[in-house]
Ligand binder design. Structure first.
Ligand code: AMP
Ligand code: MG
Length: 341
């Protein structure tokens, strides 16, 4: 299949690209589109055959359900049922934006989308290209990240081309994603709201709207083998580059000293920035603030592969605010290899 790459700066001006992607989706095809979190691999959420292509192209495990994306709050009751007031309160505060809510599903949601669960994940993205494509298609859109399963999520169109060229009808290049990590996922399907995946909408922000929010154990810790994951995606090794990543948990000085004393070959450091001038090994920077770290992390992991890094020693992000999202991704990229300094 030939993949068409279309550049969209402003969806109001580049309407033909939006129409092209929407038309692919209406015909049961696949389109990679920018969102504010990461690029998404989109298909008609109500068409099981189209959704099956997403699983096939990504090589995604069939038990890992997809997020359904909407462009109007009015679409919500047609996709989810028993919607609590909490969902509308969260929508008020954070939609459109990088928050996904898990709710009991309506029958129109195919089993392949929910991976057989009786719940569905819904998000209303804020990216102008994503919302223009969804609105133009007139459909709810299932879209996981537009990477091959296991590799770091793409935060620019070049990485989508690398993973998906020849496998999807269209890729829309809408520039770099502003958030850089996938959406926050909260379940409202149980008695207590529970954070399943941290993201740019923080635990602190969720608590300010809902009062109490539980944090699923899998957010910060490795699930024991054989435990059932509330969010199936959390059990997989994820976001991992080919290099072995080791997370170093400690202060700046200890990090610099540890890295500088390493004698291994092809070692790289993944640093924040404040320590860079003192490192005697090659390094890439993800930034000093959690927001910068979120924006840069996945692209840097891919760059480390481009550079042929064999082993990467990474600074450990803080676990609060947006830092919790960065920490959650990097512990999976490192397959939970964390070394205390
Ligand atoms: P991705 O689309 O690749 O960002 O992954 C979607 C994430 O949402 C995965 O971690 C899924 O396990 C999670 N998810 C999607 N639907 C559900 C659901 N119904 N219940 C719990 N987690 C879900
Ligand atoms: Mg993904």
């Amino acid at each position: 299949m030939e993949t068409i790459l279309l550049r969209v700066k402003d969806p109001k001006q580049d309407i033909s690209a939006i129409q092209a992607a929407a038309s692919v989706l209406r015909k049961g095809g696949l389109a990679a589109i920018p969102t504010e979190t990461v690029y998404g691999l989109a298909a008609n959420a109500l068409d099981p055959k189209a959704v099956a292509k997403i699983f096939q192209v990504k090589n995604r495990p069939a038990d890992n359900p997809l997020i359904v994306h909407i462009a109007e709050l009015d679409q919500l009751p047609s996709l989810a049922r028993n919607i609590p007031q909490a969902a509308y309160d969260l929508a008020d505060a954070f939609w459109p934006g990088p928050l996904t809510m898990i709710l009991p599903k309506q029958d129109c949601i195919p089993d392949i989308v929910s991976a057989g669960l009786d719940t569905v994940a819904i998000r209303f993205p804020s990216h102008p290209v994503a919302s223009a494509v969804i609105r133009e298609s007139g459909l709810p859109i299932a879209a996981p990240s537009a990477n091959l399963s296991g590799s770091p999520s793409p935060t620019n169109a070049r990485r989508c081309v690398e993973d998906l060229s020849g496998k999807v009808e269209v890729i829309i290049d809408g520039g770099d994603c502003s958030v850089g990590v996938e959406s926050t996922v909260i379940t409202l399907a149980d008695n207590t709201p529970r954070l399943l995946r941290p993201g740019f909408v923080t635990l602190e922000q969720l608590c300010s709207v809902l009062g109490n929010v539980a944090v699923d154990k899998a957010v910060l810790y490795k699930l024991e083998d054989n435990t059932k994951a509330s969010s199936p995606g959390m059990k997989y090794k994820h976001y991992a580059p080919k290099a072995k990543v080791i997370l170093l948990d400690g202060e700046t000085d200890a990090f610099v000293q540890f890295v500088n004393n390493l004698e291994e070959k092809d070692v790289w450091a993944l640093a924040f920035g404040d320590e860079a001038a003192r490192l005697n090994k090659p390094f890439l920077l993800i930034g000093n603030t959690p927001e910068e770290q979120a924006r840069n992390l996945f692209e840097r992991l891919r760059e480390l592969d481009d550079k042929g890094a064999k082993t990467v020693y990474a600074r450990c992000p803080k676990k609060t605010g947006v830092g919790m999202a960065v920490y959650n991704r990097i512990i999976r990229a490192s397959a939970f290899a964390i070394q205390k300094l």
